[in-house]
Design a protein around this ligand. Structure first.
Ligand SMILES: Cc1cc2nc3c(=O)[nH]c(=O)nc-3n(C[C@H](O)[C@H](O)[C@H](O)COP(=O)(O)OP(=O)(O)OC[C@H]3O[C@@H](n4cnc5c(N)ncnc54)[C@H](O)[C@@H]3O)c2cc1C
Length: 467
């Protein structure tokens, strides 16, 4: 199966270097071996040039750390990298993990590379690494989009107004992109790497939890037991979801207690599983009907890729003034002086010390286990807007809490969905206090599902974290 040309961009159109030691792949987003078009393209190129492949990753910590990442995120990241390193080794491919910025690692190793393959990524920090690499790497550079179904620029060339405007564009194209990525034969194994390249400065990933302890990180938010990173974990969860919970997803996805959620978001965020692999598994599922399938693909492809579209086209996606549409900022400003019957500090919110019992339960799930069901995330965010002194402050708090506690935080989905709370991708509704015409969510939405059963599930999950 060839890699769709629209996934590939040549950043530096020079011929592959002659007399090079390897083909280099900076695996900084698609941190997995299966369904990884960048990896397979790198293998094809290495075979063609009769070279081994070297895969690398730049690990940031301390003052250099990835923005807003803490020990919870790093634990999951390292577990996934350890899994990927073992899978690469099994295919005869060398993996080098260095404590440096991704740009430093790639630029340094590009000196002996025939060509460099990169993943794509649309957050500001990812774009800054790739821009630096594009300027300084000393060889041909090819970038491959492996973490969306339809490449962002192919799906649409503009900032989309809402899901309804992007959906038909994606639906027209997605069959073309829902193709398996066949593993290529590795013709020149890592043993072929010359002696002088015996990977100096590499970190040992055989025990990711031990490596975690050596890093300088924000440890005030710790690892969770509920989720362990890596492709094997992601695939296992997906299979359990398809067997036990997928039938009924269409009707049950709005019921947090029903278990009708795949929990794929942390794995998607870290690139531990491909959205193409998930979508193909959904299409092939034995259980579940048309409704379940289309509801899931709506979330996985339309909603997720709408978020990519927003971040791609919005320079200040983390800034209230630039991420929230004008009509929504205007109506929220008109109601900025409305009396707020309840006001909480960010600490009170983080600790779940509000008058709203089920909001506190949801906050506990997030704080202690790193996840919350989509239905409750909407309620959670709308209440922060209601209980904060201004919409600007509410936006900043929601984003900080989101990115601090969720394992899937700091994602295009995080920035887009937080902005959705404030009116992005939505339309004006009936006007009311504080919210103006931005959509409101009342406590009545808690009556649409079995909140007590949800609370029992959260208690069990949190006890398992303590045990
Ligand atoms: C205020 C708020 C904050 C959010 N923050 C994040 C975040 O930080 N990171 C994140 O990944 N998602 C976020 N979401 C979107 C959504 O809630 C999660 O993606 C979803 O709950 C993840 O759980 P799951 O994998 O079990 O979902 P499932 O229901 O099993 O859905 C499958 C996949 O579809 C995608 N998806 C589902 N719902 C949405 C959605 N509303 N928008 C975009 N993609 C979606 C996700 O990739 C998800 O993994 C947020 C939503 C809201 C309202």
């Amino acid at each position: 199966m060839t890699i769709q040309p629209a996934r590939i961009r040549v950043l530096n159109d020079v011929p592959p270097r002659e007399g090079a030691d390897y083909v280099l792949y900076l695996m900084q987003q698609a941190m997995r071996v299966p369904f990884n078009p960048a990896l397979e393209l790198a293998i094809e190129e290495a075979n063609r040039l009769r070279l081994p492949l070297l895969v690398c990753f730049g690990l940031l910590d301390g003052a250099n750390g990835f923005p807003e990442a803490n020990a919870r995120h790093y634990a999951f990241l390292l577990q996934g990298l350890s899994d990927a390193a073992a899978a690469l080794d099994a295919r005869g491919i060398a993996f080098l993990l260095r404590r440096a910025t991704p740009a430093e690692v790639a630029i340094d190793l590009s000196g002996q590379a025939a060509l460099l393959v990169l993943d794509r990524g649309y957050l500001a920090i990812q774009k800054s690494w790739y821009a630096e690499i594009g300027r300084k790497a000393k060889c041909r550079i090819v970038q491959v989009e492996g973490d969306v179904v339809v490449p962002v620029e192919t799906a649409s060339t503009k900032h989309e107004y809402a899901a309804r405007t992007l959906r038909p564009k994606l639906q027209r194209l997605w069959d073309e992109y829902l193709e398996p990525v066949a593993p290529r034969k590795v013709e020149h194994r890592a043993e072929d790497l010359p002696e002088r390249l015996k990977l100096k400065g590499g970190l040992d990933l055989s025990d990711p939890d031990r490596l975690l302890a050596k890093l300088t990180l924000d440890t005030t938010v710790g690892p969770v037991k509920r989720f362990r990173g890596g492709y094997a974990e992601a695939r296992g969860r997906l299979e359990r979801f398809l067997k036990d919970a997928f039938a009924g997803y269409g009707a049950g996805r709005n019921k947090p207690e029903a278990g009708a959620a795949s929990h794929m978001s942390p794995f998607l965020h870290f690139g531990h599983i491909s959205p193409v692999e998930i979508a193909l598994a959904i299409r092939a599922a034995q259980d579940g009907d048309r409704d379940d399938r289309s509801a899931y693909l709506e979330e996985l492809i339309v909603r997720r890729e709408l978020a990519m579209n927003h971040v791609f086209h919005t320079e200040g996606y983390d800034d209230y003034a630039r991420a929230v549409p004008e009509w929504a900022r205007k109506t929220l400003a008109e109601h900025a002086d409305d009396a707020r019957p309840k006001l909480y500090s960010e600490e009170e919110l983080a600790e779940g010390k509000t008058h709203d019992h089920y909001w506190n339960v949801a906050m506990r799930e997030m704080r202690e286990t790193g996840y919350m069901h989509n239905q409750l995330r909407m309620y959670w965010g709308k209440k922060i807007l209601e209980w904060s002194p201004s919409p600007e402050e509410a936006f900043a708090r929601t984003l900080r809490l989101n990115n601090r506690y969720f394992l899937d935080g700091r994602d295009a989905n995080s920035f887009t969905n937080v902005a959705w709370i404030f009116g992005l991708h939505d339309r004006p509704w009936q006007t009311r206090k504080i919210f103006g015409s931005v959509r409101y969510q009342s406590e009545n939405s808690l009556k649409k599902f079995d909140a007590k059963a949800y609370e029992r599930a959260v208690t069990r999950l949190c006890e398992a974290e303590d045990g």
